[in-house]
Ligand binder design. Sequence first.
Ligand code: CTP
Ligand code: MG
Length: 182
Amino acid sequence: MVFDVYTLVEVTWILLPIYAANGLTPVVMRFLKGHPIDGGRMLGKNRILGDGKSWEGLFFGTFMGIVIAVVEMLAFPFLPWGLSPVSLNIIAMTPFIGFLLGFGAMAGDVVASFFKRRMGRPRGAPVPLLDQLDFLAGSFLMLSLVVVVKWEWIIMGTIITLVFHVVANVIAYKIGVKKTPW
Ligand code: CTP
Ligand code: MG
């Protein structure tokens, strides 16, 4: 296995639509009242998914994945790939790949909430690692249906996502938009 700057470029290309889907959805949903996917229904003594999983969020996140994939598709011919001395394995972005990445992210997040509720954790209760990696797992799983996904991408994507999460939270704490640095 090789973890070099080329693998970093390859995986960043894939992470952009995924992060857009997962990262922008909570921001937009702060201003919208969503309709819960589970329709308020219970399973046992807990909600099936909870109010944190809405149809609006699911559609918006999927849409953002498509938008960013299309931006990458259009930008591709203008990017300086020639700078790389080795040939890069950059996946060809299409609206459908964007759909798989965006929908995969949102679906992975829904599956995680299903398990969180079964574990008795209320909406918004943190479950370390699951909360940070559910969407990534969903996206890579969907992507693997149509593209050969390299192990290096999965491992590097996981590390980048965990580091990014810690750094983003510390910054959010320092600038006062979050109460705790975790
Ligand atoms: N969101 C949404 N619909 C989705 C996913 C997310 O409306 N399908 C919005 C909700 O407003 C949610 C916020 O994004 O509160 C943050 O998402 P997330 O952290 O995944 O949800 P939590 O509220 O923490 O709930 P859970 O414990 O189920 O993860
Ligand atoms: Mg959460």
